[in-house]
Design a protein around this ligand. Structure first.
Ligand SMILES: [Zn+2]
Length: 474
């Protein structure tokens, strides 16, 4: 019998705000432990939370980017549990009335566009961070109260690779929208994985195993590559997997039992009495909607259709947004957009990285690259000379046509001038001439090279080849 995996992901993402969710403490990574705290995020008695306006906006903005519907009524709830890194003994979250509902993420997977539906994305607060030493443990509350968006997917994912691509697509969307910096190194994205297996074709779901607190996408993929076969083996051996929570041991490469899963009512959710429900009006929603940006996949598809670029080039401009914007400006009305893309991706990028510079350091406008490509395209300069023009353009910022004029680098397409050089080359290389006449076609390339050399790279190579061949065959 064949088995299939059913995977759903709960992805927690720290929002890109200056301050925390309910207080004015900085939302920033890397400070000394417990230096970015106040009575509110330490959960001291008698304090009142005040919702962070930007976090409310970013949550709804994420909803727009995920094609969600935005309810006109949302509220906050207390999720009660004891844990050392949660000073209040409860977490403020959104239980039954979240700020966004439904939606989906489209992404490229195995040569097609795959879609994973989103159940909801709701707003909550992050907790502190425990560190365990030899003889004691410490808690850092700098992270407590940082706004956190939890994006819950439907169980639409069927493989570890698909989970991996979904997470990357989701991350790209949130970075594009400036909802989150999604810096994995700083723990800004964490993921809970729900996975079960069932005989292929069966619609009933198997017992759900949750793998908690994954902090890398490759870890998610590896954990699933371990967990799916493990569950299939268990089912084949006649066992029924229990619903449980497991942890991933990244070093050993295995998942192991953590606890049997508590049910939702164990948390004793109830409406947060210190916060008003959130009821956005039209004007507020329109302000947030205006912040929505083109999605990464849409951008890639636009670059392919608008500029006739191959997918690999469009992928580069999807991943590097400033570079793509530079290209798009440079390629505006270009006769050869692919030519412009080549210069941006190969030459410009290489120069920038060689000199440790960014696009803002450039001394020339994007349009100058189009001019350079046009000069090559029209035969005004050879592609070899174009390399020199580019370096000159890069260092001086002078327009390519002006550089070519100043330096006298225009390609010689004057037949008479090239004929003269060809005659000189033929006279000086009798050996190669004999070789060619004796049937060695490669000798022509050598002679052509000599013509280019003598003309200092300015002879039109195609023309030089034609003239040489005609003279040698006559
Ligand atoms: Zn605080």
């Amino acid at each position: 019998m064949e088995y299939e995996a059913v995977i759903g992901l709960e992805t927690h993402v720290q929002l890109r705000t200056r301050s925390k969710m309910w207080c004015g403490c900085a939302n920033a990574f890397g400070a000394e432990p417990n230096t970015r705290v106040c009575p509110v995020c330490l959960g001291l008695p008698g304090v009142l939370p005040v919702a962070n306006e930007e976090a409310l906006q970013l949550t709804v903005l994420a909803g727009f980017l995920l094609h969600s519907s935005i309810p006109r009524f949302a509220k906050f709830d207390r999720k009660n549990y004891f844990y050392p890194d949660s000073a209040k003994n409860y977490q403020i979250t959104q239980f039954d009335r979240p700020s966004t509902q439904g939606g989906y993420v489209d992404f490229e997977f195995e040569g097609r566009i795959a879609r994973v539906r989103v159940t909801r994305a709701h707003l909550e607060e992050d907790v502190g961070k425990s560190t365990h030493f030899d003889r004691h443990s410490g808690v850092d509350f700098n992270r407590a109260g940082v706004p956190l968006l939890e994006i819950v997917s439907e169980p639409d994912i069927t493989s570890s690779d698909m989970a991996y691509e979904y997470l990357n697509a989701l991350k790209a969307i949130l970075i594009y929208g400036q909802v989150s910096d999604c810096d994995m190194e700083k723990g800004m994205v964490r993921c809970d994985v729900n996975v079960s297996v069932r005989p292929k074709g069966q619609t009933r779901l198997g017992a759900k195993i949750e793998i908690k607190n994954m902090n890398s996408f490759s870890g998610v993929r590896r954990a699933l590559d371990y967990e799916i076969p493990r569950q299939i083996e268990a089912v084949k051996a006649g066992q029924t997997p229990r619903q449980e929570t497991r942890r991933w041991d990244d070093v050993a490469g295995v998942t192991e039992p953590m606890r049997s899963k508590e049910d939702a009512h164990d948390y004793r959710y109830f409406p947060e009495p210190d916060l008003m429900p959130f009821e956005p009006d039209d004007a507020w929603l329109e302000r947030v909607r205006a912040r929505a940006v083109e999605l990464p996949l849409e951008r890639k598809q636009r670059f392919i259709s608008q500029f006739q670029l191959p997918a690999s080039d469009a992928e580069v401009f999807k991943n590097d947004v400033p570079l793509g914007d530079f290209f798009a400006t440079a390629a505006q009305n270009a006769r050869d957009p692919k030519g412009v893309a080549n210069w941006v991706i190969n030459n410009l990028r290489a120069q920038l990285s060689e000199r440790s510079q960014g696009l803002s350091d450039l001394r020339f406008p994007p349009g100058h690259l189009r001019e350079l490509v046009d000069l090559v395209e029209s035969g005004k300069i050879s592609s070899k000379i174009a390399q020199d023009v580019f370096l000159e353009l890069y260092t001086t910022g002078v327009a390519p046509a002006a550089i070519v004029d100043q330096k006298g680098w225009a390609q010689v397409s004057d037949t008479g001038a090239i004929e003269k050089i060809c005659d000189e080359v033929i006279a000086a290389n009798s050996r190669s001439v004999e070789d060619f006449k004796g049937g060695k076609g490669a000798a022509l390339n050598f002679l052509k090279g000599q013509v280019m050399k003598l003309s200092k790279g300015k002879a039109n190579p195609a023309l030089a080849g034609e003239i040489l061949e005609r003279k040698l065959k006559s």
